[in-house]
Unconditional design. Sequence first.
Length: 375
Amino acid sequence: MATAASVTKDITDLTTCPICLELFDNPKSLPCLHAFCLKCLQEHFKDKNPSDEAQCPICRKEFQIPSHGVDGLQHNFFIQQLVDVRKASSRELDGEPCEVCLQDSREGSVRTATEFCFDCSQKLCDQCSKPHRWMKGGAHQVRHLGVELEEELIQLRASSCDKHKDKQVELYCCDCNENICLMCSAVKHRNHNSVEIPEVAANFKLRIEEDAKQIMCAVSSVHQQLEDTKQDAVDFGAEAENVKKTVIATGDEIKRLVDIVDKQVSDILMELESVRSASAKEAAIVRETLQLALVSMKSFHAYSRELLDKGRPSDITRATGELHDRATELLNSDVTAVKYRPPHVTFTPVDVTQVKRLSLIGQLVTTAGRPTGMS
Protein backbone atom coordinates (compact mmCIF):
# COMPACT_ATOMS: atom_id res chain seq x y z
CA MET A 1 0.00 0.00 0.00
CA ALA A 2 1.23 3.50 -0.79
CA THR A 3 1.88 5.61 2.35
CA ALA A 4 1.89 9.33 2.96
CA ALA A 5 5.67 9.40 3.26
CA SER A 6 6.32 7.24 0.20
CA VAL A 7 4.27 9.34 -2.23
CA THR A 8 5.21 12.83 -1.06
CA LYS A 9 8.44 12.97 -3.06
CA ASP A 10 6.70 11.87 -6.28
CA ILE A 11 3.51 13.86 -5.84
CA THR A 12 4.20 16.32 -8.67
CA ASP A 13 4.66 13.60 -11.32
CA LEU A 14 1.08 13.36 -12.56
CA THR A 15 1.85 10.71 -15.19
CA THR A 16 3.12 8.10 -12.70
CA CYS A 17 0.74 5.81 -10.82
CA PRO A 18 1.46 6.03 -7.03
CA ILE A 19 0.93 2.27 -6.63
CA CYS A 20 2.98 0.65 -9.43
CA LEU A 21 5.22 3.74 -9.94
CA GLU A 22 4.90 3.30 -13.71
CA LEU A 23 3.28 5.37 -16.45
CA PHE A 24 -0.51 5.37 -15.97
CA ASP A 25 -2.48 2.64 -17.72
CA ASN A 26 -6.17 3.63 -17.96
CA PRO A 27 -6.12 6.17 -15.09
CA LYS A 28 -9.18 6.24 -12.82
CA SER A 29 -9.98 9.00 -10.32
CA LEU A 30 -11.31 8.58 -6.79
CA PRO A 31 -13.61 11.24 -5.28
CA CYS A 32 -10.57 12.76 -3.52
CA LEU A 33 -9.04 13.35 -7.03
CA HIS A 34 -6.15 10.91 -6.52
CA ALA A 35 -5.69 8.79 -9.65
CA PHE A 36 -4.44 5.21 -10.12
CA CYS A 37 -4.16 2.62 -12.90
CA LEU A 38 -7.35 0.60 -13.26
CA LYS A 39 -5.37 -2.64 -12.93
CA CYS A 40 -3.74 -1.35 -9.73
CA LEU A 41 -7.12 -0.47 -8.23
CA GLN A 42 -8.51 -3.87 -9.22
CA GLU A 43 -5.67 -5.58 -7.39
CA HIS A 44 -5.74 -3.22 -4.40
CA PHE A 45 -9.51 -3.61 -3.87
CA LYS A 46 -9.81 -7.24 -4.98
CA ASP A 47 -11.46 -8.13 -1.66
CA LYS A 48 -14.07 -5.36 -1.99
CA ASN A 49 -17.54 -5.69 -3.52
CA PRO A 50 -19.73 -3.03 -5.20
CA SER A 51 -21.21 -0.57 -2.65
CA ASP A 52 -18.51 -1.48 -0.07
CA GLU A 53 -16.74 1.35 1.72
CA ALA A 54 -13.06 1.69 0.81
CA GLN A 55 -10.19 4.09 1.48
CA CYS A 56 -7.93 5.96 -0.93
CA PRO A 57 -4.48 4.30 -0.84
CA ILE A 58 -2.88 7.74 -0.44
CA CYS A 59 -5.00 10.00 1.81
CA ARG A 60 -7.36 7.30 3.22
CA LYS A 61 -10.48 9.32 2.39
CA GLU A 62 -13.41 6.91 2.33
CA PHE A 63 -15.51 6.34 -0.78
CA GLN A 64 -18.01 3.77 -2.00
CA ILE A 65 -17.09 1.19 -4.63
CA PRO A 66 -19.35 1.87 -7.67
CA SER A 67 -22.09 -0.60 -8.61
CA HIS A 68 -19.94 -1.86 -11.52
CA GLY A 69 -16.83 -2.19 -9.37
CA VAL A 70 -13.72 0.00 -9.69
CA ASP A 71 -14.22 -0.13 -13.48
CA GLY A 72 -17.09 2.30 -12.90
CA LEU A 73 -14.83 4.99 -11.42
CA GLN A 74 -14.47 8.15 -13.48
CA HIS A 75 -11.79 8.08 -16.16
CA ASN A 76 -9.27 10.88 -15.69
CA PHE A 77 -9.17 12.42 -19.17
CA PHE A 78 -6.62 15.08 -18.26
CA ILE A 79 -4.06 12.61 -16.90
CA GLN A 80 -4.75 10.27 -19.83
CA GLN A 81 -3.94 13.16 -22.14
CA LEU A 82 -0.69 13.88 -20.29
CA VAL A 83 0.24 10.20 -20.56
CA ASP A 84 -0.54 10.11 -24.29
CA VAL A 85 1.55 13.20 -24.85
CA ARG A 86 4.40 11.84 -22.71
CA LYS A 87 4.45 8.75 -24.91
CA ALA A 88 4.72 10.99 -27.96
CA SER A 89 7.72 12.85 -26.56
CA SER A 90 11.36 11.92 -26.79
CA ARG A 91 11.35 10.41 -23.31
CA GLU A 92 9.22 7.56 -24.63
CA LEU A 93 10.39 7.51 -28.23
CA ASP A 94 14.16 7.11 -27.94
CA GLY A 95 15.15 4.70 -30.71
CA GLU A 96 11.56 4.39 -32.06
CA PRO A 97 11.43 3.46 -35.76
CA CYS A 98 10.07 5.70 -38.49
CA GLU A 99 6.44 4.71 -39.14
CA VAL A 100 6.76 5.27 -42.89
CA CYS A 101 9.94 3.19 -43.11
CA LEU A 102 8.14 0.37 -41.29
CA GLN A 103 5.69 0.15 -44.18
CA ASP A 104 8.64 -0.72 -46.43
CA SER A 105 9.28 -4.43 -45.82
CA ARG A 106 12.82 -4.36 -47.17
CA GLU A 107 15.20 -5.49 -44.44
CA GLY A 108 17.56 -2.84 -43.12
CA SER A 109 15.59 0.10 -44.56
CA VAL A 110 13.95 1.24 -41.29
CA ARG A 111 15.48 4.42 -39.84
CA THR A 112 15.04 5.96 -36.38
CA ALA A 113 12.26 8.55 -35.96
CA THR A 114 13.47 12.09 -35.25
CA GLU A 115 10.41 14.17 -36.26
CA PHE A 116 6.67 14.19 -35.50
CA CYS A 117 3.94 15.28 -37.95
CA PHE A 118 0.95 16.76 -36.12
CA ASP A 119 -1.34 16.51 -39.16
CA CYS A 120 -0.65 12.80 -39.69
CA SER A 121 0.17 11.89 -36.06
CA GLN A 122 3.22 10.00 -37.34
CA LYS A 123 6.76 9.55 -36.09
CA LEU A 124 9.12 10.08 -39.02
CA CYS A 125 12.80 9.97 -39.84
CA ASP A 126 14.41 13.06 -41.36
CA GLN A 127 14.10 11.77 -44.93
CA CYS A 128 10.46 10.70 -44.67
CA SER A 129 9.49 13.97 -42.99
CA LYS A 130 10.59 16.10 -45.98
CA PRO A 131 7.51 15.41 -48.18
CA HIS A 132 5.29 16.51 -45.26
CA ARG A 133 6.94 19.93 -45.31
CA TRP A 134 6.12 20.42 -49.01
CA MET A 135 2.57 19.08 -49.30
CA LYS A 136 0.65 20.43 -52.27
CA GLY A 137 -2.29 21.44 -50.11
CA GLY A 138 -0.05 23.21 -47.62
CA ALA A 139 2.89 22.26 -45.43
CA HIS A 140 2.14 19.99 -42.48
CA GLN A 141 3.16 20.89 -38.95
CA VAL A 142 6.36 18.92 -38.40
CA ARG A 143 8.33 19.28 -35.16
CA HIS A 144 11.52 17.71 -33.84
CA LEU A 145 10.90 15.07 -31.19
CA GLY A 146 11.82 16.46 -27.78
CA VAL A 147 10.56 17.51 -24.37
CA GLU A 148 9.17 20.76 -25.77
CA LEU A 149 6.86 18.69 -27.97
CA GLU A 150 4.64 17.82 -24.99
CA GLU A 151 2.97 21.16 -24.38
CA GLU A 152 2.47 21.73 -28.11
CA LEU A 153 0.78 18.35 -28.45
CA ILE A 154 -1.51 19.13 -25.50
CA GLN A 155 -2.64 22.39 -27.03
CA LEU A 156 -3.16 21.00 -30.53
CA ARG A 157 -5.02 17.84 -29.59
CA ALA A 158 -8.76 18.46 -29.62
CA SER A 159 -11.10 17.30 -26.87
CA SER A 160 -13.81 14.91 -28.00
CA CYS A 161 -17.33 14.91 -26.63
CA ASP A 162 -18.05 12.25 -23.99
CA LYS A 163 -21.28 11.26 -25.77
CA HIS A 164 -20.31 11.84 -29.42
CA LYS A 165 -16.72 10.68 -29.89
CA ASP A 166 -16.55 12.03 -33.45
CA LYS A 167 -17.47 15.56 -32.30
CA GLN A 168 -15.36 18.10 -30.45
CA VAL A 169 -16.62 19.98 -27.39
CA GLU A 170 -17.13 23.69 -28.05
CA LEU A 171 -19.61 24.82 -25.39
CA TYR A 172 -19.99 24.61 -21.61
CA CYS A 173 -23.52 23.99 -20.27
CA CYS A 174 -23.87 26.13 -17.14
CA ASP A 175 -27.04 24.28 -16.11
CA CYS A 176 -25.45 20.81 -16.25
CA ASN A 177 -21.84 21.85 -15.50
CA GLU A 178 -20.35 19.88 -18.38
CA ASN A 179 -18.59 20.33 -21.72
CA ILE A 180 -20.81 19.63 -24.73
CA CYS A 181 -20.56 19.53 -28.50
CA LEU A 182 -22.92 21.32 -30.89
CA MET A 183 -24.99 18.15 -31.32
CA CYS A 184 -25.48 17.89 -27.55
CA SER A 185 -26.45 21.57 -27.47
CA ALA A 186 -29.09 21.07 -30.15
CA VAL A 187 -30.61 17.92 -28.63
CA LYS A 188 -30.34 17.51 -24.84
CA HIS A 189 -29.26 21.02 -23.88
CA ARG A 190 -31.46 23.02 -26.24
CA ASN A 191 -32.95 25.40 -23.65
CA HIS A 192 -29.94 25.44 -21.34
CA ASN A 193 -27.59 28.33 -20.71
CA SER A 194 -24.45 27.51 -22.70
CA VAL A 195 -21.25 29.54 -23.07
CA GLU A 196 -18.22 29.07 -25.30
CA ILE A 197 -15.61 27.03 -23.42
CA PRO A 198 -12.72 29.54 -23.59
CA GLU A 199 -14.94 32.28 -22.11
CA VAL A 200 -16.11 30.28 -19.08
CA ALA A 201 -12.70 28.62 -18.66
CA ALA A 202 -11.14 32.03 -18.01
CA ASN A 203 -13.44 32.56 -15.03
CA PHE A 204 -12.95 29.02 -13.75
CA LYS A 205 -9.20 29.47 -14.01
CA LEU A 206 -9.36 32.35 -11.53
CA ARG A 207 -11.33 30.19 -9.08
CA ILE A 208 -8.84 27.31 -9.36
CA GLU A 209 -5.92 29.69 -8.87
CA GLU A 210 -7.54 31.14 -5.73
CA ASP A 211 -8.27 27.66 -4.34
CA ALA A 212 -4.69 26.57 -5.05
CA LYS A 213 -3.36 29.73 -3.36
CA GLN A 214 -5.40 29.05 -0.19
CA ILE A 215 -4.29 25.42 -0.17
CA MET A 216 -0.64 26.50 -0.25
CA CYS A 217 -1.27 28.82 2.73
CA ALA A 218 -2.76 25.87 4.59
CA VAL A 219 0.27 23.73 3.63
CA SER A 220 2.53 26.17 5.45
CA SER A 221 0.46 25.89 8.64
CA VAL A 222 0.38 22.10 8.52
CA HIS A 223 4.14 21.99 7.89
CA GLN A 224 4.70 24.04 11.03
CA GLN A 225 2.30 21.86 13.02
CA LEU A 226 4.16 18.75 11.87
CA GLU A 227 7.53 20.20 12.89
CA ASP A 228 6.13 21.24 16.29
CA THR A 229 4.79 17.72 16.83
CA LYS A 230 8.16 16.18 15.99
CA GLN A 231 9.98 18.55 18.35
CA ASP A 232 7.50 17.98 21.19
CA ALA A 233 7.96 14.23 20.82
CA VAL A 234 11.77 14.64 20.96
CA ASP A 235 11.54 16.93 23.99
CA PHE A 236 9.25 14.53 25.83
CA GLY A 237 11.56 11.62 25.02
CA ALA A 238 14.47 13.51 26.59
CA GLU A 239 12.34 14.42 29.60
CA ALA A 240 11.29 10.80 30.10
CA GLU A 241 14.90 9.67 29.79
CA ASN A 242 15.94 12.13 32.50
CA VAL A 243 13.18 10.85 34.77
CA LYS A 244 14.37 7.31 34.14
CA LYS A 245 17.90 8.24 35.17
CA THR A 246 16.62 9.89 38.36
CA VAL A 247 14.49 6.86 39.23
CA ILE A 248 17.43 4.50 38.72
CA ALA A 249 19.81 6.74 40.67
CA THR A 250 17.40 6.99 43.58
CA GLY A 251 16.83 3.25 43.49
CA ASP A 252 20.56 2.59 43.61
CA GLU A 253 20.79 4.55 46.84
CA ILE A 254 17.87 2.73 48.44
CA LYS A 255 18.94 -0.76 47.38
CA ARG A 256 21.45 -0.85 50.21
CA LEU A 257 18.55 -0.66 52.70
CA VAL A 258 15.82 -3.00 51.52
CA ASP A 259 15.36 -5.78 49.00
CA ILE A 260 11.88 -4.54 48.02
CA VAL A 261 13.35 -1.52 46.25
CA ASP A 262 14.10 -3.52 43.09
CA LYS A 263 10.42 -4.32 42.64
CA GLN A 264 9.29 -0.74 43.26
CA VAL A 265 11.86 0.57 40.79
CA SER A 266 10.67 -1.98 38.23
CA ASP A 267 7.02 -1.04 38.79
CA ILE A 268 7.63 2.67 38.37
CA LEU A 269 9.78 2.12 35.28
CA MET A 270 7.02 -0.03 33.78
CA GLU A 271 4.50 2.73 34.53
CA LEU A 272 6.81 5.30 32.94
CA GLU A 273 7.34 3.10 29.89
CA SER A 274 3.58 2.67 29.55
CA VAL A 275 3.10 6.45 29.62
CA ARG A 276 5.94 6.96 27.14
CA SER A 277 4.59 4.26 24.81
CA ALA A 278 1.10 5.75 24.88
CA SER A 279 2.50 9.22 24.21
CA ALA A 280 4.66 7.91 21.35
CA LYS A 281 1.60 6.31 19.75
CA GLU A 282 -0.32 9.57 20.08
CA ALA A 283 2.56 11.49 18.48
CA ALA A 284 2.73 8.96 15.62
CA ILE A 285 -1.01 9.28 14.99
CA VAL A 286 -0.80 13.09 14.90
CA ARG A 287 2.24 12.98 12.59
CA GLU A 288 0.48 10.59 10.22
CA THR A 289 -2.67 12.73 10.21
CA LEU A 290 -0.69 15.85 9.39
CA GLN A 291 1.39 14.01 6.77
CA LEU A 292 -1.76 12.71 5.06
CA ALA A 293 -3.18 16.24 5.04
CA LEU A 294 0.03 17.49 3.40
CA VAL A 295 -0.18 14.76 0.76
CA SER A 296 -3.77 15.68 -0.11
CA MET A 297 -3.02 19.41 -0.25
CA LYS A 298 0.19 19.06 -2.26
CA SER A 299 -1.38 16.63 -4.73
CA PHE A 300 -4.32 19.06 -5.16
CA HIS A 301 -1.91 21.93 -5.79
CA ALA A 302 0.24 19.90 -8.21
CA TYR A 303 -2.82 18.74 -10.15
CA SER A 304 -4.23 22.29 -10.25
CA ARG A 305 -0.94 23.78 -11.49
CA GLU A 306 -0.51 21.07 -14.13
CA LEU A 307 -4.09 21.67 -15.28
CA LEU A 308 -3.59 25.44 -15.42
CA ASP A 309 -0.20 25.18 -17.15
CA LYS A 310 -0.92 22.42 -19.65
CA GLY A 311 -4.66 21.90 -19.73
CA ARG A 312 -6.93 23.17 -22.44
CA PRO A 313 -9.98 25.25 -21.64
CA SER A 314 -12.12 22.11 -21.94
CA ASP A 315 -9.93 20.35 -19.37
CA ILE A 316 -10.37 23.27 -16.98
CA THR A 317 -14.13 23.38 -17.37
CA ARG A 318 -14.37 19.61 -16.99
CA ALA A 319 -12.45 19.58 -13.70
CA THR A 320 -13.26 22.91 -12.05
CA GLY A 321 -16.33 21.74 -10.16
CA GLU A 322 -14.63 18.76 -8.56
CA LEU A 323 -11.48 20.77 -7.89
CA HIS A 324 -13.40 23.53 -6.12
CA ASP A 325 -15.38 21.03 -4.03
CA ARG A 326 -12.17 19.21 -3.08
CA ALA A 327 -10.40 22.49 -2.20
CA THR A 328 -13.34 23.53 -0.01
CA GLU A 329 -13.29 20.13 1.67
CA LEU A 330 -9.54 20.33 2.34
CA LEU A 331 -9.73 23.89 3.67
CA ASN A 332 -12.70 23.09 5.91
CA SER A 333 -10.82 20.16 7.40
CA ASP A 334 -8.73 22.04 9.96
CA VAL A 335 -5.98 19.50 10.56
CA THR A 336 -3.97 22.08 12.48
CA ALA A 337 -6.46 21.52 15.30
CA VAL A 338 -4.99 18.02 15.62
CA LYS A 339 -2.25 18.61 18.15
CA TYR A 340 0.14 16.39 20.00
CA ARG A 341 0.02 17.11 23.70
CA PRO A 342 2.67 15.04 25.50
CA PRO A 343 2.08 14.53 29.19
CA HIS A 344 4.44 16.09 31.72
CA VAL A 345 6.11 13.51 33.95
CA THR A 346 8.27 14.11 36.98
CA PHE A 347 9.75 11.91 39.62
CA THR A 348 9.88 12.89 43.26
CA PRO A 349 12.38 10.77 45.16
CA VAL A 350 11.74 10.08 48.81
CA ASP A 351 13.91 11.46 51.53
CA VAL A 352 16.09 8.45 52.24
CA THR A 353 16.20 9.50 55.90
CA GLN A 354 12.41 9.35 56.16
CA VAL A 355 11.64 6.19 54.21
CA LYS A 356 8.18 4.90 54.98
CA ARG A 357 6.74 1.47 54.38
CA LEU A 358 5.45 0.84 50.81
CA SER A 359 6.83 4.17 49.64
CA LEU A 360 10.51 3.48 49.49
CA ILE A 361 11.68 5.36 46.40
CA GLY A 362 9.00 7.86 45.40
CA GLN A 363 6.03 8.32 43.04
CA LEU A 364 5.67 8.97 39.31
CA VAL A 365 3.26 11.83 38.49
CA THR A 366 1.76 12.31 35.04
CA THR A 367 -0.12 15.53 34.22
CA ALA A 368 -2.18 16.60 31.21
CA GLY A 369 -0.43 17.48 27.98
CA ARG A 370 1.31 20.83 27.75
CA PRO A 371 0.24 23.42 25.16
CA THR A 372 2.30 23.22 21.96
CA GLY A 373 5.52 25.24 22.13
CA MET A 374 5.70 25.26 25.94
CA SER A 375 9.19 24.40 27.20
